[in-house]
Write a protein that binds this ligand. Structure first.
Ligand SMILES: *[C@@H]1O[C@H](CO)[C@@H](O)[C@H](O)[C@H]1NC(C)=O
Ligand SMILES: *[C@@H]1O[C@H](CO)[C@@H](O)[C@H](O)[C@H]1NC(C)=O
Ligand SMILES: [Zn+2]
Length: 342
């Protein structure tokens, strides 16, 4: 004969059940919130820019010199390039609102006056700007990875933000390297950790000293004159951290913000003028792409998904004078990368 369970036994059963339920719930949360994304190794090849049905592909494993790879790529891609060189200038943490305004409102007078050259490029149709909505987490390393690979990272990337490892997924920088591009990187050393060995020349700055708003940018700009004069590169990456640091110290309305925007405007002017000179001399065209990885709140924080934090900038500056349609498109918003669904 079995006796009815004592109170004590019933309590134990309930406790065990409750603990199991807790564990189940926690695992569901962890798996959902930190999804482990399998890394797809390998790089996409010629098939990705040709009609899938067209015959032929690069199969021979010969090691080609960069020059040969560049011309082979041109031959195979069958798409005449619009530009010969690309300058990517990342202004860390720059909210698009500071440059483009918000809705139908132009940027505030102080910020617009701090960037006269950029505003001239926009109003004359020489540049087109987008509010490029970034996917959270709005933190530098995951955003850089997303921009070059087109894939959204998980929240786990935040944990690795200070311990960056080489990017193994297919991405633009590796692709550029594979087609023989010479690349130069100046600025946030995250790039150098993500792409070890791919840059011909580089000078990384550390983002560790958040109080430093001057040297982090000076260390980038000090090489700029030389790099703009040398015409051996196809891709030049500049990553300025100072503006993000100003946000962390004093927020969007820090008294340092307008002077920093002016400094960035001067870099854009210098680079754009040099690209025009370069085209006059050699006929090669340069696309200048000014982007930010994420925005910031009024207090200068970022990481989350508020409008202020995801409102990052994508500014395309070509060399051709005046396309009137550009100006109208300036209030357009786009997604920073394609796969992020609003
Ligand atoms: C800037 O460059 C100097 C000299 O190369 C170096 O000592 C300093 O640590 C650099 N600053 C940053 C923020 O990386
Ligand atoms: C863009 O410009 C073309 C001609 O230059 C014009 O036909 C077209 O209507 C314009 N589009 C918009 C949206 O203004
Ligand atoms: Zn950043």
């Amino acid at each position: 004969m079995s006796s009815p369970p004592s109170n004590c036994e019933r309590l134990a059963t309930c406790t065990v059940a409750a603990v199991l339920l807790q564990i189940l719930g926690l695992s569901l949360f962890v798996i959902g919130f930190f999804p482990v994304k399998p890394t797809l190794s390998g790089l996409s090849g010629a098939e990705s820019y040709r009609q899938p049905t067209s015959p032929g592909s690069v199969e021979d494993g010969r090691v080609l010199a960069p020059d040969q790879r560049r011309s082979l790529y041109r031959e195979m891609s069958e798409i005449p390039p619009q530009f010969d060189r690309l300058v990517i200038m990342v202004v860390d943490g720059l909210p698009a609102e500071l440059v483009l305004g918000k809705g139908n409102k132009p940027p505030t007078k102080a910020f617009a006056e701090a960037m006269p050259y950029t505003q001239f490029l926009l109003s004359s149709g020489r540049a087109i700007g987008y509010h490029a909505k970034a996917a959270p987490p709005t933190v530098t390393m995951p955003r850089l990875k997303a921009m070059v690979s087109g894939a959204i990272g998980g929240y786990l990337d935040v944990a690795f933000n200070f311990n960056t490892q080489a990017l193994l997924e297919d991405n633009l920088v590796d692709q550029f390297y594979n087609i023989g591009w010479k690349m130069v990187m100046l600025g946030d050393e995250t790039w150098i950790k993500l792409f070890p060995g791919l840059f011909t020349r580089y000078d990384g700055v550390s983002s560790f000293y958040v109080k430093d708003t001057v040297e982090v940018d000076h260390n980038v700009t000090r090489h700029l004159d030389d790099e703009l004069l040398s015409n051996d590169w196809n891709l030049l990456i500049l990553h300025y951290l100072g503006l993000d640091h100003i946000g962390h110290i004093g927020g969007r309305h820090s008294i340092l913000m307008a002077p920093k925007l002016k400094e960035m405007d001067d870099i854009i002017k210098l680079t754009h003028k040099s690209a025009i000179l370069h085209q006059d001399k050699t006929g090669s065209r340069t696309l200048l792409l000014v982007v930010s990885d994420h925005g910031m709140t009024d207090n200068g924080n970022h990481g989350g998904s508020s409008y202020e934090e995801i409102d990052s900038l994508a500014l395309f500056i070509g060399l051709e004078a005046g396309c009137p349609n550009y100006t109208a498109a300036t209030q357009n918003s786009a997604l920073q990368i394609g796969t992020f669904i609003d």
